[in-house]
Write a protein that binds this ligand. Sequence first.
Ligand code: NAP
Length: 471
Amino acid sequence: MPIATTNPATGQVLKTYDPMSAEQIDAAIERADLAYRQLGRTTLDQRAGWMNAAADVMDAERDEIARIMTTEMGKTYASAKAEVTKCAKAARFYAAHAAEFLADEPADAAAVSATRAFVRYQPIGPVLAVMPWNFPLWQVMRFAAPALMAGNTGLLKHASNVPQTALLLEDLFRRAGFPEGAFTTLLVGSEAVDQILSDPRVRAATLTGSEGAGRSIAQIAGRELKKTVLELGGSDPFVVMPSADLDKAAEVATTARCQNNGQSCIAAKRFIVHADVFDAFAEKFAANMAALRVGDPMDEQTDVGPLASERGRDEVHAQVRDAVEKGATVLVGGEPPAGDGWWYPPTVVTGLTPEMRMWHEEVFGPVAGLFRVSSYDEAIEVANGTTFGLGSNAWTQDEDEQARFATDLDAGNVFINGMTTSFPELPFGGVKNSGYGRELSALGMREFCNTKTVWVGEGAGSVGPAGAHAE
Ligand code: NAP
């Protein structure tokens, strides 16, 4: 795949880049390794100052950063601006909380025959981040903010279709004050990942992307005995039970499916509706989906812009056609418009069966599958009946059902009467083929730390606090 900015609204190639050579990659890894040592001599306060400065730059330059994202991958300008604001907030969150998340944790010294015992969290070194295009700032920031605050350095291999956002991120951290090499963008295709992750100076990798990329990176990491965090795909269930507020559920369902032009890992993708309310919900949901305005993503009135690539748009349409050919019914949408750009209309498909691709696969576009079920147990069976387990949503006013959904949905998160989203304050990640490990919160920060046990015996002194070893 060439490294290029191609406007998905027009199909026009705007800028191309030569991939970095093996020598340039090697030099970048060397800088990241040196910067890691340099970061080890900085204090948390210093790093927090730089991270807050990065947040200030994002706030000040929000509109321009958002315009670049919209041009590169087609998300609406309004949602791009919200993404920049969210990133600034996450940067400030980690600047404010790093000291608490990394503080030494005392253990029961007497139980382990010590005078003192505790756990210390320490950085591990350069971490490779392989990232997707769909939230091109947020996916990177939710790795970079905790990683840099912990004292790790970041090597970003961004998706090949968002090179300008990738370069902007390196520039952002440099301008904020982080040392040269603390955060480096590698303009490379996916074939370079093996070289980078095999390098002994690179200590770990985080990937947000597809299942296929996850398998490939996990294989390399397995061979090299390196830690990975994998945030992969999802086909999140959105269950609607008879007691649900149907108007609200249908409204949120529409946003949950079509946010980011339908290209979110945690978009609700399978709408599993109890038979008692199926027809009423389907009618409201289909009407909402049909009413969405599809158009120029820079227009503030637009709800849904183009899909990010021609290949992605064609794949979504192939999944819909497969369902229709096998007997499914399209309630709304289902046909891409003619002309330039990679558009796909908000679409609702019902009558799905296990022979159809849409039953099992993730659909990465504004296409909802409707499933009719006749009991709580059947809802759980369908909801958990895929290889994925990222997010999940359940709509019910019944408190007993709410408690059961929270336990029974086999996913990394459960949102009751709401739509799945991510917050710096809460852990984020999946189970099954949606990946492993967690981002965000204290857990996300500690994924790339050495959780070090310190045991102190008689006569050893007090062993001082963690901190910079200033020269
Ligand atoms: P993708 O094709 O897997 O690409 C993601 C990143 O992985 C890109 O940087 C890509 O590089 C790289 N890559 C692809 N194949 C690779 C391989 N074999 N070895 C090493 N690197 C490889 O995914 P995408 O199309 O950008 O994103 C959509 C997918 O990401 C969906 O499945 C979505 O659900 C998932 N996603 C998950 C989360 C989450 O938090 N769980 C969040 C967002 C998206 P190139 O661009 O150079 O190919």
